[in-house]
Design a protein around this ligand. Structure first.
Ligand code: ATP
Ligand code: MG
Length: 202
C-alpha cells in the first residue's frame, strides 16, 4: 500500500455475520467508502463464524440473501459468497487471501467494528493480515483507537453515526414483537417476516 497505488482499484471488504444486516453496517460501508475514496465495497457474509459458536446462527443462505437485498440498489456495493461457500469456520486471513487472489490489482480495505478489530488483531497471522489489507475500525464518535486496545499504525479509525444499531438488538426486537423498521432496510424487514426468522431468537 502507500505511494505506488495510483490507478489501482480500491476495494472495501466488509465481513460480518449479517444476522440480520442493518443500517449500521450500511452506514459504516458508505462512510468508509467516502472517506477512503473506495471504488466498491464487497460485503462478505461469514460461513460459520468462530466468534459466535455459542448461539444458533441463521442459515448462510438467509444471511446471504438479506445482504443482497440490503445492498442491491447501491451500484458501489456487492456481495461475495466466498466465506459461505468455504467449508468450516471463517477466518479473516482466509477471506483476504482469497479476495487478494481474485483481485490482484486492487488495494483491499478491511472494514470492521473497532471491537471486532481488536479481536481479529489479537489472533495469529497479524503480520500477514497487515500485508493483505489496510484495516479500518468503525467506532462511535468521540472514541479513540486506544479505547479499543488497538495498535496504532496499520489501522485507521472512522466515526460512524449509526453505531448504536446491532443485529443482536434487531433479533431480540423481532422475538418480542417490537418493530425493526428503519433499523434494517425495508426489504430485510419483509424477508425476516416471510422466513419467520428470529421469532424465538436470542
Ligand atoms: P451481533 O449483534 O450479532 O454481534 P453485529 O450488529 O455486531 O451483530 P456483525 O454481523 O457481527 O453485526 O457485524 C459485522 C461487522 O460490522 C463487524 O465488524 C461489526 O463490528 C460491524 N458493525 C456492527 N454493527 C455496526 C454498526 N452499528 N456500525 C458500524 N459497524 C458495525
Ligand atoms: Mg457484533
Amino acid at each position: 500500500m502507500g505511494e505506488s497505488t495510483k490507478g489501482r482499484k480500491r476495494l472495501g471488504v466488509m465481513g460480518g455475520t449479517f444476522d440480520p444486516i442493518h443500517h449500521g453496517h450500511l452506514v459504516a460501508a458508505s462512510e468508509v467508502a467516502s472517506a477512503f475514496q473506495l471504488d466498491e465495497v464487497i460485503f462478505v457474509p461469514t460461513g460459520q463464524p468462530w466468534q459466535k459458536t455459542g448461539r444458533e446462527v441463521s442459515s448462510a443462505e438467509d444471511r446471504y440473501l438479506m445482504t443482497v437485498i440490503a445492498t442491491a440498489e447501491n451500484p458501489q456495493f456487492s456481495v461475495s459468497r466466498i466465506d459461505i461457500d468455504r467449508q468450516g469456520l471463517t477466518y479473516t486471513v482466509d477471506t483476504l487471501r482469497e479476495l487478494r487472489a481474485q483481485h490482484p490489482d486492487a488495494d483491499l480495505f478491511f472494514i470492521t467494528g473497532a471491537d471486532a478489530l481488536a479481536q481479529i488483531l489479537s489472533w495469529r497471522d497479524v503480520e500477514e493480515l497487515f500485508s493483505l489489507a489496510h484495516f479500518i475500525g468503525c467506532t462511535r464518535p468521540g472514541h479513540t483507537l486506544t479505547d479499543a486496545g488497538l495498535p496504532v499504525g496499520g489501522v485507521s479509525l472512522v466515526e460512524v453515526p449509526a453505531l448504536a444499531i446491532s443485529s443482536t438488538d434487531c433479533r431480540l426486537r423481532v422475538a418480542k414483537g417490537a418493530p425493526v423498521w428503519y433499523l434494517v432496510p425495508d426489504g430485510v424487514v419483509r424477508y425476516i417476516d416471510k422466513r419467520a426468522l428470529y421469532r424465538d431468537a436470542g
